[in-house]
Design a protein around this ligand. Structure first.
Ligand code: IMP
Length: 182
C-alpha cells in the first residue's frame, strides 16, 4: 500500500511546481530590487516545500521568518478560527513582508495575518502562494503572486495535508474522497 494509492489524480506535477518556483522567484527578485532586507515569511507547516524552492530563485538579501498558523484542525473545511501557534522572531515595524503560503482557500488565514502585520506597523505586506482556490473564497482576497489557480477540490501534497498526512508527496494531487469520508 503506497501513499500515492490514495490520490485520485495529479493536479500540479513536480516539474510544474519547479517551473512555478523559478518564475515567481525571478518576478519577486525584479519587484523587490532596492527594497532593504525584505522578510520572506512562511506560514507553517504547508509553506515549507514550496518556500524552500522559491527562496533559491530570489536573488536578493532577504530575511527568512516563520509563523505557525492553523485553521483546519484535522478536517477538510476551514474552521475560520485562525490560531497563531508560533509567532515570528523579529519586529515587522517598517519592514516589507512577503508571506509565502501553500494555498489560499477561504482567504480567512491571510486576511487575518495581513491585518495583524499591518497593525504591527509593517511597511508593506504581500502574498505569494503556490495554489489559489478562488471558488473557496469567503472573504475577498487577491494574492499578488499566484503559482497556479485550481478548482474547488481538496488537495494534498507538497506541504498540504489531510489530518497531518500527505505533506511529503512530491506533487499536488486530489485526495480520494473515500479517505476523508471514512
Ligand atoms: P484559508 O484560510 O481557508 O484560505 O485556508 C488556508 C489554509 O487552509 C492553507 O494554508 C491550508 O493549510 C488549508 N487548506 C485550504 N485548502 C486546502 C486543501 O485543499 N488541502 C489542504 N489544506 C488546505
Amino acid at each position: 500500500m503506497s501513499l500515492h494509492d490514495n490520490i485520485e489524480s495529479i493536479l500540479v506535477s513536480e516539474k510544474e511546481i519547479a517551473e512555478i518556483a523559478e518564475r515567481l522567484g525571478k518576478q519577486i527578485t525584479e519587484d523587490y530590487k532596492g527594497v532593504e532586507r525584505p522578510i520572506l515569511l512562511g506560514l507553517l507547516k504547508g509553506c515549507v516545500p514550496f518556500m524552500s524552492d522559491l527562496q533559491k530563485h530570489i536573488d536578493l538579501p532577504i530575511e527568512i521568518e516563520y509563523m505557525d498558523v492553523s485553521s483546519y484542525h484535522g478536517s477538510i473545511t476551514s474552521s475560520g478560527d485562525v490560531k497563531i501557534r508560533k509567532d515570528m522572531n523579529t519586529s515587522v515595524s517598517g519592514r516589507d513582508i512577503l508571506i509565502a503560503e501553500d494555498i489560499v482557500d477561504t482567504g480567512k488565514t491571510l486576511d487575518t495575518i495581513v491585518k495583524l502585520l499591518t497593525h504591527r506597523g509593517a511597511k508593506s505586506v504581500e502574498v505569494v502562494t503556490l495554489l489559489d482556490k478562488p471558488a473557496g473564497r469567503v472573504i475577498p482576497f487577491t494574492p499578488k503572486y499566484i503559482g497556479v489557480t485550481i478548482p474547488k477540490a481538496f488537495v494534498v501534497g507538497y506541504g498540504l495535508d489531510y489530518d497531518e498526512l500527505y505533506r511529503n508527496i512530491p506533487y499536488v494531487g486530489i485526495l480520494k474522497p473515500e479517505i476523508y469520508k471514512k
